[in-house]
Design a protein around this ligand. Structure first.
Ligand code: NMX
Ligand code: MLT
Length: 439
């Protein structure tokens, strides 16, 4: 398989570079850590290493050095379509190279071979109480697949450290192949009472399969949206909660299934992936309250009312970004090119005009601009996927692409177990006291 061969060919040189850095320059200071960062969620401390993606505060994400517009332009497309094949994005994340159409289709073919979900997973999902959140069903399905992990099996049998990445890649391909099938099953069962197993057709690509399995009519391009959505949500360097959870759990050599289940549990938090369901709910509240798109003044007051009630405005702000999220911009461009007159799209556009001003006036958020979640639900809603609490599952399918690529390379580098050091409040107070005394 090309993915395997490409990674195998690149690893020796990367390992040499890494070894040299640690051996010859292990004492070089990368960053300082302030008290503010220790009590502030470790914000911005430069302590994670990855080649897969990088978020520039002033520019946004780059996947393997490429910006979102560059990725959308350069990757091979499904025949007659405008949005790239998801298999091509996975190839790029895994290898750092833009694939040919054949190479992208090779990844798609791997998914086609691996998409069958064992029966017991369906039975387990069906046995859960009706009110279970779809993210719980999704995460527990991933965990249930753990018994099939090639990484766990080979580790148990005895495997040399320098080949850890090989079964990690196998598991990653298996996992990413099964996720859209499981997600579509959860969707059809939970909201439509259907318990038929979705069928992944290897003749179609990932996006088309997802659209068909979801039962969403593709007449208006849902497969294109699925491709765009999975690509945009795939990765955001390694410090966000879902990526870092995967990395942390994986560093204990827990296999990709254990690690990705943890990643999904982090994604399910309202300050992270769950924000996409909250964003659309907020937009629809506005629409219902004003019977359509309000005036600028009405929206301005509504946004202030949200803040004054102690809530955040979902979809706005970011821990790293200091500009509108290019993932937001790409989705808005998609919507404006295809359904510019849609009421929610027009409303989201007005929010983009008003909310940054409100947040700036409030003076708390360091970034008053929209993030990826501010628009993603609006697009799903347009195509008829209107069950808000399912939206984070969609995010999870996309996020798997990035975090499994990080996982494979972390095992390739043989990175150690992650173990930062704690301090106590008293220690900080003593440190401050000591430093404030004249030398
Ligand atoms: N509405 C109201 N207040 C905000 C917002 C917002 N959208 N964004 C930041 N703030 C507040 C934040 O709560 C904090 O207040 P306090 O000092 O009282 O604790 C203050 O501004 C400073 O926060 P920042 O340093 O700007 O942001 P931080 O890095 O702590 O958090 C988010 C980043 C994304 C969690 C935050 O902006 C937020 O809660 N946004 C709304 C929820 C959201 O859209 N989440 C999705 C994130 C993207 N994703 O895909 O995961
Ligand atoms: C993400 O995609 O993970 C979010 O934008 C959150 C982040 O990067 O902190």
């Amino acid at each position: 398989m090309t993915l395997h061969d490409k990674i195998a060919a690149q690893l020796p040189a990367w390992r040499e570079r890494m070894k040299f850095l640690a051996k010859e320059h292990g004492d070089v200071v990368v960053d300082k850590v302030t008290v503010g960062q220790v009590v502030g969620g470790m914000r911005d401390i430069k302590s994670l290493l990855t080649e897969i993606s990088y978020v520039d505060p002033a520019e946004g994400i780059r996947f393997r050095g490429m910006s979102i517009p560059e990725v959308l332009k350069a990757l091979p497309k499904a025949r007659g379509q405008k949005i790239p094949l998801v298999g091509g994005l996975y190839y790029l994340l895994m290898t750092g190279e833009v694939p040919t159409r054949e190479q992208a289709l090779e990844v798609e073919a791997e998914w086609g071979k691996r998409a069958t979900v064992p029966d017991y997973v369906y039975k387990m999902i069906k046995a859960m109480p009706k009110e279970t959140h779809p993210m719980v069903l999704f995460s527990q399905s991933v965990l249930a697949l753990q018994s099939r992990s090639a990484f766990a099996r080979q580790y148990h049998e005895g495997m040399k450290k320098d080949v850890y990445w090989e079964p990690a890649l196998e598991d990653s391909l298996d996992l990413t192949a099964k996720l859209p099938v499981i997600a579509a099953f959860i969707y059809r069962m939970k909201y439509f009472g259907e318990t038929r197993k979705p069928r992944y057709n290897p003749k179609w690509d990932y996006g088309t399969n997802f659209a068909k399995m979801m039962g969403v009519s593709d007449k208006k391009g849902y497969a294109e949206l699925a491709r765009l959505y999975f690509i945009l949500h795939s990765d955001h360097e390694s410090g966000n909660v879902s990526a870092h959870a995967m990395h942390l759990v994986g560093s204990a050599l827990s296999d990709p299934f254990y690690s990705f289940s943890a990643s999904l549990n982090g994604l399910a938090g309202p300050l992270h992936g769950l924000a996409n369901q909250e964003c659309l709910a907020w937009l629809i509240d506005v629409k219902n309250k004003f019977g359509g798109v309000p005036t600028r003044d009405e929206l301005y007051k509504f946004a202030w009312d949200t803040l004054n009630s102690g809530k955040v405005i979902p979809g706005y702000g970011h821990a790293v970004l200091r500009v509108p999220d290019p993932r937001y911009m790409a989705q808005m461009e998609f919507a404006k090119a295809r359904f510019p007159q849609d009421e929610l799209v027009r409303l989201a556009d007005l929010v983009f005009d008003v909310v940054p001003q409100v947040l700036r006036e409030q003076g708390k958020a360091k970034n008053p601009a929209p993030n990826v979640d501010a628009i993603s639900g609006t697009l799903q809603y347009y195509y008829g996927v209107r069950e808000f609490d399912f939206y984070t599952v969609l995010f999870g399918i996309g996020r798997a692409l990035g975090v499994t690529a990080h996982y494979v390379w972390a095992r390739g580098f043989g990175w150690p177990i992650e173990r930062p050091k704690s301090v106590t409040v008293k220690m900080l107070e003593e440190l401050i006291e000591k430093q404030s005394q004249p030398a």
